[in-house]
Design a protein around this ligand. Structure first.
Ligand code: APR
Length: 172
């Protein structure tokens, strides 16, 4: 029975959260990078990258398209799954806003497929991909609160105090 997830805010490091699934702000190569991507691979260990390589050798030979999402195991993380999604790089595609929203809705779809009930999301595209903070937060809150899902709790994880306060203000 799907409805809408409760949306919580959390300030801290997403790799520490004891949730069913952690969403990774990946790039299309699925082979790691900086920011959240680096933190998840570092904390989760090599099995996550091994599964990503398998995905590149099978379902996604050309990489994971922007806006799409795919699950792997979570290695040594407290979580059971990592859901990798690729955000748009700000200012590069006319449909970037839709692609950004797709990252959240498609990650929820993947969470539904694997049966995750609690999912933690970083602020996708708001770091290296340069998305303006306020729009990144609004897109996350609107999409996470507005997508039908069997996920019970979606936690938006903000890495610094400024962004956390902004999210609190925008959520009301
Ligand atoms: N926990 C939670 N949030 C974090 C963490 C962490 N450990 N580390 C960084 N963040 C925050 C950043 O402060 C930013 O607000 O996650 C948000 C997303 O930033 P990035 O990780 O840079 O992701 P993104 O902007 O989507 O760029 C993706 O960067 O890391 C590479 O491989 C990745 O090429 C891809 C690109």
């Amino acid at each position: 029975m799907s409805s809408h997830a409760r949306v919580d805010l959390h300030r801290g490091d997403i790799t520490r959260l004891p949730v069913d699934a952690v969403v990774n702000a990946a790039n299309s190569s699925l082979l790691g990078g900086g920011g959240v991507d680096e933190a998840i691979h570092r904390a989760g260990g090599p099995t996550i990258l091994a599964e990503c390589r398998e995905l590149r050798g099978s379902r996604f030979p050309d990489g994971l398209p922007t806006g799409q999402a795919v699950a792997t195991g979570a290695g040594d993380l407290p979580a059971r799954w990592v859901i990798h999604t690729v955000g748009p790089v700000h200012g590069t595609t006319p449909d970037g806003a839709q692609r950004l929203a797709d990252c959240y809705s498609h990650s929820l779809e993947v969470a539904d497929e694997v049966g995750a009930r609690t999912v933690a999301f970083p602020l996708i595209s708001a770091g290296a991909y340069g998305w303006p903070l306020e729009d990144a937060v609004r897109t996350a809150l609107t999409t996470l609160g507005g997508t039908r899902t069997t996920v019970e709790t979606a936690t938006l994880v903000l890495f610094d105090e400024e962004t956390f306060r902004l999210a609190e203000a925008l959520r009301g």
